[in-house]
Ligand binder design. Structure first.
Ligand code: PGA
Length: 229
């Protein structure tokens, strides 16, 4: 499989014109762009190569759910991928149960799900075996789908500038694949300097890139590295 790069812009940028500009600069083959919901439509209209992703979704198709966005709405907009269970959403109170429901409704709608898992620092400090136990728990109830991708994102590495050792990341990625045979990405403080270390591992199928993806030139550099591997 070609390496997959997903740009998770989170709640950035603030203005639509900046989002469209960033999308135009990041419109590269084999990449996926996850902008804020509000900008999905205008970004869809300018993308020629990259694929569109949503950062979250709700677990019902429609109804009285104030403020929520359904998988069917996303599909209609041309979205192909949805991030589910990002640690920043789990931190805001999303439970494993909600995440499972989101996953199922989204897969049923015919979209691809990128399920995010990863341990906090307190667990990492206890060592590899505890990390794997933690991840196994997060994967409880998750069943195989050809539209499922898992992103391994250690919480202590997200937005901190502190990235996992590629060997440690590989060990967890292999473990995830031993439980569920789907593509697995790494995420957490990746940039054009450290991307190669992850991408050159055969079993790491790509990267989920946060902060660095807000810089189109840096994102393009990572895409070049992925292409050359
Ligand atoms: P980061 O974010 O690259 O800024 O660490 C990754 C993510 O949260 O998906």
């Amino acid at each position: 499989m070609k390496k997959l790069l997903i740009a998770n812009w989170k709640m950035n940028p603030v203005f639509e014109k900046d989002a469209v500009k960033l999308a135009q600069g990041s419109d590269i083959k084999n990449t996926v762009i996850a902008p804020p919901f509000l900008f999905l439509k205008s970004i869809k209209s300018v993308l020629k190569n990259a694929t569109l992703c949503a950062q979250d979704v709700f677990y019902e198709e429609q109804g009285a759910y104030t403020g929520e966005v359904s998988p069917l709405m996303l599909k209609k907009l041309g979205v192909k991928y949805v991030l589910v269970g990002h640690s920043e959403r789990r931190h805001l109170g999303e439970s494993d149960g909600m995440i499972l429901k989101k996953m199922r409704t989204t897969l049923d709608a015919g979209l691809k799900v990128v399920l995010c898992v990863g341990e906090p620092l307190s667990v990492r400090k206890k060592g590899d075996i505890e990390v794997k136990k933690y991840i196994k728990n997060q994967l409880r109830g998750v069943s195989y789908s050809k539209s499922l991708i898992v992103a391994y994102e250690p919480i202590w590495a997200i937005g901190t500038g502190r990235y996992a050792n590629p060997e440690d990341a590989l060990s967890v990625v292999q473990y995830i694949k031993s439980i569920i045979s789907v593509p697995v990405l790494y995420g957490g403080s990746t940039n054009s300097q450290n991307a190669k270390g992850f991408l050159e591992k055969k079993e790491i199928d790509g990267l989920l890139i946060g902060r660095t993806s807000l810089n189109a030139k840096e994102f393009e550099k990572i895409a070049k590295i992925a292409e050359e591997i």
